[in-house]
Design a protein around this ligand. Structure first.
Ligand SMILES: [Zn+2]
Length: 251
């Protein structure tokens, strides 16, 4: 693969970084990322990943844009109301970077379609809003040895997890949350507890940053830790997340 003159210019400010260079940019251009959920997290994640030059980006979401989304889902504008989120988001990304491969999936991710949808992607980003989806993605990534970068936001707080299942030592989401919360607790936090719009930007941007670190294998991987951010106290805590000996990821 050879970078074109246009790509060399477009990505020049990151190519100039010693830890990236032309070799690193080519790795970025050859990478593929599936984003689950085009919401408060999916918006900044997808905008940054398209701008940075990820070669192939997929977005899966079944919802349509609602007016209550616009306070935080910054990829959408008022003129997108009632349109399919996945399609509208992909159309925005095309404008940001026309040279990358983009695909929208206007559906929910389920145990029936996850194999077909996710098989073409090396990295999966979870920006979903319920535990059923979170566990489904965790189990799929574990089984198929994909890198999973998960984020969660509620009120003024957020968390980021990186699970690199190429590494034997990587814990999984079930190490941290052994039992799936009951149906009553499995609700959309943004709707019931509220969310400050900027939190999605903070957490989603860190998730996009984790994608680049994992692709390039630079810096300190977050794998084995959870990052907990309090947007009001402005504290960033990295808490060790050990592999649980009786978790099914040990089987
Ligand atoms: Zn586990």
């Amino acid at each position: 693969m050879k970078l074109t003159k246009n790509q060399l210019e477009r990505y020049s400010r990151q190519i100039i970084l010693k830890k990236i260079g032309i070799v690193g940019q080519k790795k970025i251009c050859k990478s593929s990322v599936l984003i689950v959920g085009a919401g408060g997290l999916g918006s900044p994640i997808s905008i940054y990943l398209a701008a940075i030059g990820i070669g192939k980006i997929g977005i899966i979401d079944k919802d349509k844009v609602e007016i209550s989304n616009l306070s935080r889902q910054i990829i959408f504008t008022t003129s997108d109301l009632k349109k399919d989120k996945s399609v509208s988001a992909i159309n925005k990304l095309k404008k940001i970077n026309p040279s990358i491969d983009l695909k929208s999936y206007n559906k929910s991710i389920t145990s029936k379609n996850i194999n077909l949808v996710a098989k073409d992607y090396n990295i999966i980003i979870d920006g979903s809003d319920n535990f059923r989806t979170r566990f489904l993605i965790n189990d799929y990534c574990l089984k198929n040895k994909k890198i999973l970068i998960s984020g969660a936001i509620s009120r003024f707080e957020g968390q980021v997890y990186t699970f690199n299942f190429h590494k034997k030592k990587s814990p999984c989401l079930r190490c941290f949350i052994p039992d799936m919360p009951s149906r009553d607790q499995d609700i959309d936090n943004c709707e019931f507890e509220g969310i400050l719009g900027t939190l999605g930007g903070i957490i989603g941007t860190i998730q996009a940053n984790e994608v680049i670190k994992e692709i390039l294998q630079i810096g300190e991987s977050l794998c084995g830790n959870v990052l907990i951010i309090d947007g009001l106290k402005l504290t960033f805590r990295k808490v060790k997340l050990n592999k649980r000996s009786d978790c099914f990821c040990n089987e």
